[in-house]
Write a protein that binds this ligand. Structure first.
Ligand SMILES: NC(=O)c1ccc[n+]([C@@H]2O[C@H](COP(=O)([O-])OP(=O)(O)OC[C@H]3O[C@@H](n4cnc5c(N)ncnc54)[C@H](OP(=O)(O)O)[C@@H]3O)[C@@H](O)[C@H]2O)c1
Length: 258
């Protein structure tokens, strides 16, 4: 085990020696929940493009894959952030003051799925946590880092939403907590889009589609490989413009109904 870790770290150090630091004018992305799943892959792909990546995780000491990425890429930094923790958001905002953030990428999310939880036995504490994570956290972090986004060149605020947040598409009951939290974040970000447009900031919501991450463990449906899904989302983010701000983009192309 120890020798495997040593080999991994040695390889990372060798790669770092070969990986140049990002150019002074490289864009910066801040990603929440960057320790696994889509968040980790976003960090990998932006790093490979030569971006500066502020990769946040709620338990940095346990984020080994992210640590390996940071060891291999001088432009990747890791910051502690639980998006439900107002004090941590504040501390991060103080630390990053004056640093432009081109893309603020709200990726962290939970489903709140629990066996036996449903009508008649709903867990409202769990609902609070899902709302705090999926809707309130992105809004609070946006407020805290708005100045950083406004200072950047690209000026984009992007939230990984879900087709489950589309009220129009609901035709059967399931996932009350997850669906309503994603509908809530859609509304928060759509509202925000009109407020920050005058600052030149574009806002987008993106449905990545079904992806083969921990979140979908045990779900029986075709799932996209994580690298493919992350690349699709990044292409959508690249195409976000101020003129088409506040839209709900779908991984298959076009927009989703609210
Ligand atoms: N996978 C899909 O099919 C799918 C489909 C539609 C939308 N999405 C959305 O895509 C996003 C990423 O999902 P995923 O599939 O990559 O899920 P995942 O593999 O379960 O990863 C979730 C990430 O969110 C982080 N997280 C959870 N609560 C947090 C908190 N309070 N503060 C900071 N980080 C927190 C987790 O960190 P820990 O390791 O510390 O728990 C983890 O890094 C989510 O917003 C999800 O709703 C996913």
């Amino acid at each position: 085990m120890l020798s495997r870790t040593l080999v991994t770290l040695t390889i990372a150090v060798l790669i770092t020696a070969m990986t140049p630091a990002p150019a002074a004018d490289s864009p910066t992305v801040l990603i929440t929940g960057a320790n696994r799943g889509l968040g980790l892959e976003f960090a990998r792909q932006y790093a490979a493009r030569g971006w500066r990546v502020i990769a946040t995780a709620r338990k940095p000491a346990e984020a080994t894959a992210l640590a390996e990425l940071a060891a291999a890429h001088p432009g990747v930094s890791i910051e502690r952030l639980d998006v439900t923790d107002g004090a941590e958001i504040e501390a991060l905002a103080v630390k990053l003051r004056g640093q432009p953030i081109d893309v603020l990428l709200h990726n962290a999310g939970i489903t709140g799925a629990r066996a036996g939880h449903g009508l008649g036995s709903f867990d409202y504490e769990l609902y609070r946590l899902v709302l705090e994570t999926n809707a309130i956290g992105p809004m609070r972090l946006t407020e805290a880092l708005l100045g950083n986004v406004a200072q950047s060149r690209q000026k984009k605020i992007v939230t990984i939403s879900s087709s489950e947040g589309s009220i129009t598409r609901v035709d059967a009951p399931r996932g009350y907590w997850y669906r309503s939290s994603k509908a809530a974040v859609n509304m928060l970000m759509r509202n925000l889009a009109f407020e920050v447009q005058k600052q030149g900031i574009a806002v987008a919501l993106v449905n990545p589609g079904p992806v083969d991450t921990d979140m979908m463990k045990g779900v029986r449906m075709p799932l996209q490989p994580v690298p493919h899904a992350a690349a699709t989302v990044i292409r959508i983010i690249d195409a976000v413009t101020l003129e088409r701000t506040g839209r709900f983009w779908d991984y298959e192309g076009g927009e989703l109904p609210w």
